[in-house]
Design a protein around this ligand. Structure first.
Ligand SMILES: NC(=O)c1ccc[n+]([C@@H]2O[C@H](COP(=O)([O-])OP(=O)(O)OC[C@H]3O[C@@H](n4cnc5c(N)ncnc54)[C@H](O)[C@@H]3O)[C@@H](O)[C@H]2O)c1
Length: 276
């Protein structure tokens, strides 16, 4: 029970890494606010947690909407009387990404097929809408969620732990499309800056930079030409695909008092893919 009596807010907890983290935290005694754009998936996560004897509440949230973030943070206080931990796992890999919609991913891959041989043209053709949407969800969404939750943490005067989801793409240009790698790099710098700003308030801020983890987001790699698929799944020194639980366990460490002297750090659970 490493998170006994703690209250956690997790965005993007309707699927993948966010869901696994919500389940893992609940197993360790935390009450969890499960926030996601896909409210039905958030409900499903809560169902899994309560069926296993844990405590959780679901809320439909678009992380780019400040009012939604505010309602999310307030739900933690209203339902569970505290707010100790935030994990910002909501994210998109490209502007039209819709978690769990494989047909949509297949269409996206088909549309971009010519760019594999001509990446310079992809740069020329990149639209400002594509760039801004990815930055908005991944970067602004992370900031807005943190701001709303931080306000409650400061009001309540409890020590806090904030965990952002960056990626190896924060440092590795080949780990995603241009807007995605820019957004994750910015999330990582934001994490370091917030760590410095919030340390006097006893709030720790750390990032997780996963390698390639088997979720709806990486299902796209199995739809790509073999060469690209192999560049991802075939190059992991540990020889297996990362699983959401691998990231949930890293988040558990950063959320718990076991990481009490960590702030402004990034962990890279990636099976050895990125070793710099
Ligand atoms: N899967 C990987 O290999 C990998 C690697 C590195 C980083 N990440 C990051 O981890 C996080 C989780 O990714 P995942 O692989 O679990 O993907 P996922 O698609 O399984 O989960 C992402 C969740 O975020 C939600 N979401 C998307 N936009 C939202 C919005 N505007 N508001 C609220 N919720 C929204 C989706 O509905 C979905 O439930 C993302 O930030 C992703 O960039 C993933």
């Amino acid at each position: 029970m490493r998170l006994k009596d703690k209250v956690a807010v997790i965005t993007g907890a309707g699927n993948g890494i966010g869901r696994a983290t919500a389940q893992r935290f609940a197993e360790e005694g935390a009450a969890v606010v499960v926030a996601d754009l896909q409210e039905d998936k958030a409900d499903e996560t809560v169902g899994l947690i309560t069926a296993a004897g844990g405590k959780a509440a679901a809320i439909g949230v678009d992380v780019v909407d400040r009012d939604d973030n505010d309602r999310m943070a307030q739900l933690a206080v209203d339902s569970f009387g505290a707010l100790d931990i935030v994990v910002t796992a909501a994210g998109i890999s490209h502007a039209s990404y819709n978690s769990g919609d494989l047909e949509n991913e297949a269409k996206w891959v088909a549309e971009r097929a010519d760019y594999l041989a001509n990446p310079a043209q992809a740069v020329v053709d990149l639209s400002i809408e594509e760039f801004r949407t990815v930055m908005a969800v991944n970067l602004e969404g992370t900031l807005f969620g943190i701001q709303a939750c931080l306000a409650r943490m400061l009001d309540l005067g409890t020590p806090g732990s904030i965990i952002t989801l960056a990626s190896i793409a924060a440092k590795h240009p080949n780990a995603g499309p241009l807007p995605y790698v820019c957004s994750k790099s910015a999330v990582w710098m934001m994490t370091k800056k917030l760590a410095v700003e919030l340390a006097p308030a006893n709030v720790r801020v750390n990032a997780i930079g996963p390698g390639f983890i088997e979720t709806s987001m990486t299902a796209v790699f199995d739809l790509m030409p073999e060469e690209r698929t192999d560049q991802v799944w075939g190059q992991i020194p540990m020889g297996r695909r990362g699983q959401p639980i691998d990231i949930a366990n890293a988040a558990l460490f950063l959320a718990s008092d076991e990481s009490s002297y960590f702030t402004g750090e990034i962990l890279h659970p990636d099976g050895g893919y990125f070793t710099e």
